[in-house]
Design a binder for this molecule. Structure first.
Ligand SMILES: O=C(O)C(=O)C[C@]1(C(=O)O)C=C[C@@H](O)C=C1
Length: 305
């Protein structure tokens, strides 16, 4: 006899679905253990480009009314749990008196259980990451009004120098104490292109370059300017530097577009050094759930690359 489902019958079905999900987590973990073997010689296991691309792909295929933000939160917790048994994983976070925004952003991204260390200055965060006392560091996003040119330290080719690998929040502000704050994640690993990226380049010159000349130089290099900080003096070298953010992916080494900027010339006095970047945070459109049914997925996001 078939009839309307009852609470009991629906709960039995939910239990069966939960068992299937649990079996898949067990299976996924077995696969990740094989990844761990492949990565045995790698000092740092985190792969932020892969993480961002995985989450974008899963959001595109998802359908139905389950909130996509919460779906991302589930995936983030799963990925970070995985990282913690691939090898040591810890986060150094800038926390200043009265400002815990970066702590919230780090916790939202790296989960409830990743070890997190508070640091009082950006230099302390960078030092911990350089020493690999912490795998990654979380520091403020520099903007066009930035005063602290900490990013100068990233334009250094010595092994172990932290580079920018992600931007937070990846999935919107959530219930963070200080909504609207944004952070960069740094770690000494290279990214790979995900198709939805932005990059940072440090410009260095004997004198500050005015905005128009800089834009022309970047256009010649086929780089589209997003943001440039004020020029600041590098005391040790008697030169000036600015942080530039550009659209798209710029590799840390061998990017043909940057080759002409490796050394200064009389008509091209600016040296450009890539220092990493980030997969673009998820947009409101990507996070829009289908509130009506479990039928349709969402169109792939166009990142203009
Ligand atoms: O693909 C990898 O390299 C993994 O280690 C697996 C995995 C995952 O859980 O899918 C975990 C951590 C990485 O940052 C990216 C992905």
């Amino acid at each position: 006899m078939t009839g309307e489902p009852t609470l009991e019958s629906l709960r039995r079905e939910i239990d069966a679905v939960d068992d299937a999900i649990d079996e898949l987590i067990i299976r996924r973990t077995q696969l990740v253990e094989e990844v761990r073997v492949i990565k045995r010689g790698w000092p740092i296991k985190i792969q932020p480009s892969r993480e961002a691309a995985m989450i974008r792909r899963l959001l595109e295929r998802h359908r139905g009314p389950f909130p996509k933000r919460d779906l991302v939160a589930i995936w983030r917790q799963l990925i970070v749990a995985t990282l913690s048994f691939e090898g040591p994983f810890a986060v150094a976070v800038l926390v200043t008196p009265g400002e815990q925004a970066y702590w919230d952003l780090a916790r939202d991204h790296f989960g409830m259980f990743a070890p997190m260390h508070r640091e009082a200055t950006v230099a302390d965060v960078l030092a911990r990451v350089t020493a690999q006392d912490a795998t990654v560091g979380v520091i403020p996003v520099p903007d066009a009004g930035a005063v602290q040119p900490w990013w100068q330290a990233l334009a250094d080719n010595r092994p172990g120098t932290p580079k920018v690998i992600a931007r937070l929040p990846f999935v919107g502000p959530g219930n963070a104490w200080t909504a609207g704050s944004e952070a960069l994640v740094v770690c000494p690993i290279p990214l790979v292109a995900t198709g939805c990226d932005r990059s940072y380049v440090v410009a260095e010159a004997a004198q500050p370059i005015d905005g128009e000349r800089l834009r022309d130089a970047l256009t010649a290099a086929r780089l589209e300017l997003v943001m440039v900080t004020p020029w600041s003096r590098i005391e040790a070298r008697g030169r000036y530097a600015a942080l530039i953010e550009v659209e798209g992916f710029v590799a840390l080494t061998d990017d043909a577009r940057l080759a002409p900027f490796a050394a200064p010339t009389s008509d091209r006095p600016v040296v450009l050094t890539p220092i990493g970047g980030y997969a673009l945070p998820l947009t409101a459109a990507e996070l829009q759930s289908d509130a009506r049914s479990a039928a349709g997925g969402t169109a792939a996001v166009d990142c203009g690359e």
